[in-house]
Design a protein around this ligand. Structure first.
Ligand code: GLN
Length: 547
């Protein structure tokens, strides 16, 4: 029986960080804009069962799906481009594959056979590769393979692709190989040899790529494309140029111009004459390109050396900025640099302050001091997860007068545990996949600041944390001016806090950044940017009055 979905694999060669995730998401966008149902999945060749246990310095942000999977940050790009939720099934690692196979072996499912990479590991990889396609929900399944062709770790994946190509045939399965065409300034030339070698290595492993997407800083001439095609055994129209783009959101249009979608459809025996409808996307790009205002927002975190650690937050500001026709400049501030004496300088001129999510003690006091600065100086503030918890601690210490207030994550013996471990977390010892994860409903108090942002009472947002607001202190907070404006009613958990007397001060226990997409910028980010705009207008007015 032939499979209902078409499978497109995206691999990488020559160098890492060429942007396989963005190419995959861009192709998916083009196919979606032609009316097809598409999903994208990522297979990562590392042995962690998921990236949830990885330090952000290792692998960037950990992205969380609706169903509570801790996944690779590329899934964030997939959702932001397609506006369709992903799930656990969309991110598979070598660790997960091996775990499954070893559990089967322990159960005796292999009936005494020797369990080997081929066929047992590759069979499990292939099963996972086809899982979403067999659900009947998608016409196209795009699979991005992490790493680079030639890596030892990637071998079982390449072998699985080789087998699938054979099993499914060229109308149901194809491979796009992303490579680099470096420019040697000394020679004044673009060099195709690394690409030739990468494809050669791929061929040695039994896979002939069908399309080459060539990352380059300079345009590829027709002649060069012909040369690449000739040496790599693909026709000229299958050599796609991918020049550096001003933003990742330009890539779908670049790929449309290069006719990547058309070549894909042609090869898979599908109609390709009609053009994709990208009007919404173009409208977004127009707004992004033509801002009428500008604001600067500070992001305070402890991993700021690696911007990928806060990928979804940065992208959410791009969406919300375009919506507000406002260019949002981000000032990245290391929480460890924030001390009483450095705060006025490091935070000066900011129209808004965001305190980022995080774990552990490092940089906590800096975050708390920055929040105090935002609260006392009427600067719009958004605290996300740990950022919200720090806002609660700051308020407890400086408004309620509980000078020792803390989260039991940082100080298990504090006598004012305003943030404490959730009941269900107390006996958990395993680290991976055990936090409060995924989407939970929340009810917003009508008329609150949060309500003004969402314009509705029932929302659902994604979580990733172990600690929570300690309800024993709720009364004290509310009588002193910090409200719990969003609550998970079933579990009685405070999900949003805010200060009504402040122009815009909101802390959220969940992660709004995971749900912001090009088609659906997140209401909290939209409203936060609006508040920041208001603030900079007011500051500007005051300054001109003073003259
Ligand atoms: N460390 C905090 C907790 O586990 C916050 C987590 C986060 O910011 N994602 O509750």
């Amino acid at each position: 029986m032939s499979s209902p979905a078409k499978y497109i694999f995206v691999t990488g060669g020559v160098a890492s960080s060429l942007g396989k995730g963005i190419i995959s998401a861009s192709l998916a966008k083009l196919l979606q804009a032609r009316g097809y149902s598409v999903t994208i999945q990522k297979f990562d060749p590392y042995i962690n069962v998921d990236p949830g246990t990885l330090n952000p310095y290792e692998h960037g942000e950990c992205y969380v799906t609706e169903d509570g999977a801790e996944t690779d940050l590329d899934l964030g790009h997939y959702e932001r481009f397609l506006n369709v939720p992903t799930s656990q099934a969309n991110n598979v690692t070598t660790g997960r594959i091996y775990k499954e196979v070893i559990e089967k072996e322990r159960r005796g499912d292999y009936l005494g056979k020797t369990v080997q990479i081929i066929p047992h590991i590759t069979d499990e990889i292939k099963r996972r590769m086809k899982l979403l396609g067999e659900s009947g929900r998608y016409e196209f399944v795009i699979t991005e393979i992490g790493g680079t062709v030639g890596d030892i770790e990637s071998l079982p994946y390449i072998e699985s692709i080789r087998q699938l190509k054979l099993e499914l045939g060229s109308h149901d399965c194809m491979v796009i190989h992303l490579t680099l065409i470096p420019f040697l300034s000394a020679a004044g030339e673009l060099k195709t040899k690394p690409t030739q070698h990468s494809v050669k290595m791929f061929l040695e492993q039994g896979v002939q790529p069908d399309i080459l997407v060539c990352r380059t800083e300079h345009e590829l001439s027709k002649e060069l494309k012909r040369k690449i095609g000739l040496f790599c055994n693909v026709n000229e129209e299958s050599v796609i140029e991918s020049c550096d783009a001003p933003s990742i959101y330009d890539v779908p249009l670049l790929m449309e111009k290069e006719e990547l979608d058309k070549v894909v459809l042609k090869k898979l025996g599908m109609p390709y004459q009609e053009m994709p409808d990208l009007s919404n996307w173009k409208d977004f790009l127009f707004r992004l390109r033509n801002p009428k205002h500008e604001v600067e927002i500070g992001i305070i975190g402890k991993y700021i050396e690696l911007k990928d650690a806060y990928k979804s937050i940065a992208e959410s500001f791009i969406h919300a900025g375009a919506y507000n026709l406002c260019q949002v400049k981000l000032r990245w501030i290391h929480s460890e640099d924030l001390e009483e004496s450095s705060i006025p300088e490091l935070l000066s001129g900011l129209a808004g302050i965001l305190v980022a999510p995080g774990f552990g003690e490092r940089g906590i006091e800096g975050k708390i001091s920055a929040i105090r600065f935002a609260r006392e100086n009427a600067i719009p503030f958004l605290g996300i997860c740990l950022g919200m918890q720090c806002a609660v601690i700051e308020f407890a210490r400086n408004v309620l007068g509980l000078s020792t207030a803390h989260s039991t994550e940082m100080n298990p013996n504090t006598d004012a545990p305003v943030i404490h471990l959730q009941e269900g977390q107390r006996n958990i010892t395993q680290k991976g996949g055990t936090m409060r994860l995924g989407a939970y409903p929340c009810r917003i108090a009508e008329g609150s600041k949060a309500w003004m942002a969402y314009h509705r009472a029932e929302i659902s947002e994604r979580h990733r944390h172990r600690y929570e607001f300690n309800n024993e202190y709720l009364k004290q907070f509310e009588t002193s001016g910090m409200l719990a404006s969003g609550v998970n009613q079933e579990q009685g958990l405070v999900e949003i806090v805010e200060i009504p007397a402040h122009p815009w001060f909101i802390g959220v226990q969940f992660h709004p950044e995971y749900k912001s997409t090009v088609d659906n910028p997140h209401p909290l980010f939209i409203d936060f940017v609006k508040a920041a705009l208001e603030r900079s207008r007011r500051v500007h007015e005051r300054a001109t009055e003073a003259i």
